[in-house]
Design a binder for this molecule. Structure first.
Ligand code: DC
Length: 232
């Protein structure tokens, strides 16, 4: 049961482009707690690998990444307009959303050393505060004892459409098919990797938002909060 007099952890996992960030941000605002996008952390490490030439011909240089991880620092800056992802202190928020980073992120996020570093950083971030953290392994690996676990899913065509419109709105020249293929391939790689694959925690509550607006999802969440039996 969620109690307001101690720090709480809300874990949100699910497939790519399910609207996890929109939902997690709305919950954070509603509960006045910190929102953490763990995917942004994997994206920032991916960008660092690309910039350091650690990805060649579709392969990550595992030996070098293990050595260089100590020089890769990921953090977040909260601004009036939102949250920025920082890589060694530099704002990389826009760069990490590019299709190039999206195409390489599965490769980097299956690396054991990368996961160990980021999981420990994610746990540190929740030591002194209540958080809503979104990702792929939050309810299964990072916080198996989270107070609330939500597993998000939606029809792949609908998810691809949302992602496509988002990228086009930002001015990215990209085709629908490329976006859909990237999304389906990322789902496949995320769910089949040996290190912390994307899987639904048995004690999570499923939210299929294929035909739900952000407002309806928040109402669904309020409803969940009002039913203590569905919480831990
Ligand atoms: O949530 P996103 O699409 O921005 O995440 C980018 C990638 O990072 C995703 O394809 C898988 C990986 N990821 C992960 O392996 N574990 C997490 N907790 C979050 C993201």
């Amino acid at each position: 049961m969620v109690s307001p007099d101690r720090n709480i952890i809300i874990a949100i996992d699910g497939y790519s482009s399910c609207g996890k960030s929109t939902f997690a941000r709305a919950i954070a605002e509603r509960m006045n707690i910190t929102w953490i996008d763990s995917g942004a952390m994997y994206r920032a490490v991916t960008l660092a690998c690309m910039e350091r030439g650690l990805i060649r011909e579709g392969k990550l240089d595992e030996e070098r990444i293990e050595k260089e991880l100590k020089d890769i620092h990921i953090s977040f800056a909260r601004t009036g307009e939102g949250t920025l992802t920082l890589l060694n202190g530099a704002d990389v928020e826009e760069k990490i959303r590019s299709i190039e980073v999206s195409s390489n992120v599965s490769l980097v996020s299956k690396s054991g050393p990368v996961r160990r570093k980021l999981v420990s950083l994610q746990r540190e971030m929740a030591i002194n505060q209540s958080v809503v953290m979104e990702g792929r392994d939050i309810g299964t690996v990072v916080f198996p004892h989270a107070d609330i676990k939500i597993f998000m899913t939606a029809d792949p065509e609908i998810r691809a459409g949302r992602r496509y419109r988002e990228l086009r709105k930002k001015g990215t020249e990209v085709g629908f098919r490329e976006v859909r293929n990237n999304l389906i391939e990322r789902d496949r790689l995320d769910a089949t990797r040996s290190e912390s694959p994307l899987t639904r925690a048995p004690d999570s509550v499923v939210l299929d938002n294929s035909y739900m607006t952000p407002r309806q999802q928040l109402v669904w969440f309020e409803d969940l909060l009002s039913k203590p039996e569905s919480l831990k």
